[in-house]
Design a protein around this ligand. Structure first.
Ligand SMILES: Cc1cc2nc3c(=O)[nH]c(=O)nc-3n(C[C@H](O)[C@H](O)[C@H](O)COP(=O)(O)O)c2cc1C
Length: 222
């Protein structure tokens, strides 16, 4: 028997926010974000390309926040996260961690409730002229995102010697390009599955033995 419900309700495609955490005009990470957007569109996703300039915020200031001075860049990141099902961040590695401007933007956005990173699927990638490709920075970036309840894809893509790795609209090394496409597509497939077959996880208890309680809960149940 035909599934009439499925026939009558078209399922919306996946919407993905993609941005680089570099402000540099010739940013290698912006270039990698561009490749990710291309692969995502080819895979059928609707891409929302953003720049870190869209999310520009002053240093987090709790007193300013208490006065209601929430910067427009933080509200914009909140809005764009909520408008999309998933996000991709291509982030430079600064001193073995993430750039301060990205952490600062995450800190501002962490103050919103409901929390826009909560249950949103994220893919992390990096590009660096170094041999490690900025991968250590992504491990640092995972931490606040997972802390806020984002579902950070286990596979992270780090492009080593990135200043020599690009060829027009792809990576010069075909094997690496294939691996990149597989990472992006695998992530999109998981986010797509989660969108249409939601997981049942509602909340977590952060530390063993910590009882759910409003002052300590980092992630609220819907
Ligand atoms: C403050 C600062 C710290 C950096 N620290 C690292 C680092 O720890 N590891 C690394 O691989 N590259 C490091 N770099 C080099 C960046 O990876 C390189 O500048 C890269 O091109 C920046 O990304 P972008 O091209 O997207 O702007 C650092 C650069 C800056 C400006």
């Amino acid at each position: 028997m035909a599934d009439q419900h499925r026939d009558s309700v078209p399922e919306p495609g996946l919407r993905v926010l993609i941005f680089s955490a570099s402000l540099r005009a010739e940013s290698l990470n912006a270039r990698l974000a561009g490749l990710a957007a291309r692969v995502a569109e080819q895979h059928g996703a609707t891409v929302d390309r953003a720049s870190m300039r869209d999310f520009d915020v002053p240093s987090y200031d709790a007193d300013g926040e208490a006065r209601g001075e929430v910067p427009a860049g933080a509200r914009e990141l909140q809005r764009r996260l909520e408008a999309n099902d998933a996000f991709v961040i291509a982030s430079p590695e600064y001193n073995a961690s993430m750039p301060g401007l990205l952490k600062n933007a995450i800190d501002w956005v962490s103050r919103f409730s409901p929390q826009p990173f909560h249950e949103r699927h994220g893919l992390l990638m990096s590009a660096s002229p170094s041999m490690a490709g900025g991968n250590r920075g992504l491990w640092a970036l995972r931490m606040p995102l997972e802390h806020l309840g984002a579902r950070v894809y286990p596979d992270m893509f780090s492009l080593a010697m990135a200043h020599k790795a690009f060829a027009d609209d792809r990576l010069a090394n075909p094997a690496l390009q294939q691996r990149f496409e597989q990472s992006v597509q695998g992530f999109l497939d998981l986010a797509e599955a989660a969108k249409h077959y939601p997981c049942i996880k509602r909340a977590w208890v952060e530390f063993l033995g910590e009882h759910p309680d409003t002052p300590v809960d980092r992630v609220e149940a819907k």
